[in-house]
Design a protein around this ligand. Structure first.
Ligand code: SF4
Ligand code: SF4
Length: 311
């Protein structure tokens, strides 16, 4: 175990808000006119006892308990990958924007988060802790994040306890786990809403994942998630049509702004966003033609509607 204390002296400078965050489907629905959504697919590598994790000057050698904790968390949050022993596929929603913008679209000019009082994403609330790794390794995650934040000109993640700073870790114990647990709970609930269905579809086409190395990422429009959710109930169907309209408008505005900037290095991303827009257009036609669904499981439909705020 890593035995160090850590704290966060955040002055809300906004420097770490340099890209759109990971989102739950619920958060994306709530902020549908702020974030272009994408689905990010990554392979999560198996861990072995004796493996050394090193980041930001922090070293941690995994023991059997660490591996057990990792596997338990991975089995909860991710999906088993077919074809490779003990690896997982992570399927998550991710805000998406031109990398050249180097800022989250929810970031105000004064460095504040415009969503702070309107439902800041749980992933952001957990920063600098990482909900996707076991609590016993958070010091390594903090070491890595401290390096990244220092490169942005901030020095807010500190080893030790400071009077005006928020305590993060006491040895291997996370001081306040609320944000971590909320983020993990959203991932778990949304397994049955859309993530399990998408992971199953990916597993049925293993060639698409075969070349995906640990750490590499595939990105796709969240259309399959919307088509799955639209089948839950009439209210979900209507909400998915609405979000498709909002996303098409957001993408159109984003591409139009890029065309004005005329940056050569943005062309590939513009093409990708046009592909998203085409996928949304097809999904809109499909949903417009399909009959409004009758729920086969009314209690589940009510839970999903309530979760997504569409009831
Ligand atoms: S970079 Fe550090 S100080 Fe600035 S907003 Fe992020 S966590 Fe806070
Ligand atoms: S949603 Fe708010 S806290 Fe999260 S990255 Fe964007 S500006 Fe920062």
């Amino acid at each position: 175990m890593v035995e160090r204390t850590w704290s966060l002296a955040c002055n809300a400078c906004g420097k770490c808000c340099n890209s759109p965050p990971a989102l739950s489907l619920r958060e994306w629905f709530a902020h549908r006119s702020v974030f272009i959504g994408s689905v990010a697919i990554e392979r999560v590598a198996p861990r072995r006892a004796g493996e050394r994790l090193v980041a930001g000057g922090i070293e941690h050698v995994l023991d059997a308990q660490d591996v057990e904790d990792h596997d338990a968390l991975a089995n909860t949050l991710f999906h088993r990958a077919s074809g490779r022993e003990a690896s997982w596929i992570s399927v998550t929603l991710q805000g998406y924007d031109y990398p050249s913008s180097a800022r989250c679209p929810a970031l105000a000019q004064d460095g504040r988060c415009t969503l702070h009082d309107a439902g800041k994403p749980t992933r952001c609330a957990a920063v600098p802790l990482d909900p996707l790794v076991p609590d016993g390794w958070q010091a390594v995650a903090l070491g890595a994040r401290r390096d990244g934040i220092r490169a942005l000109g901030a020095d807010c993640i500190r080893e030790g306890v400071e009077a005006l700073a928020i305590p993060l870790l006491d040895g291997a114990r996370v001081i306040d786990k609320q944000a971590l647990e909320r983020d993990r709970a959203a991932l778990v609930f949304e397994r049955k809403v859309w993530r399990d269905a998408l992971a199953a579809a990916l597993s049925a086409a293993p060639a698409s994942l075969a070349a995906l190395a640990p750490g590499a990422r595939l990105t796709m429009p969240p259309v399959p998630a919307l088509l799955t959710v639209a089948r839950v109930s009439p209210a979900c169907h209507a909400a998915c049509l609405d979000i498709i309209g909002k996303q098409r408008a957001l993408i159109e505005a984003s591409v139009a702004a890029a065309l004005v900037r005329r940056r050569h290095d943005e062309r590939a991303f513009t093409q990708e966003l046009r592909g998203f827009a085409q996928a949304y257009a097809r999904a809109f036609d499909e949903l417009s033609r399909s009959p409004t669904p009758n729920s086969s499981d009314p209690p589940f439909a009510r839970d999903v509607e309530s979760w997504l705020g569409v009831n």
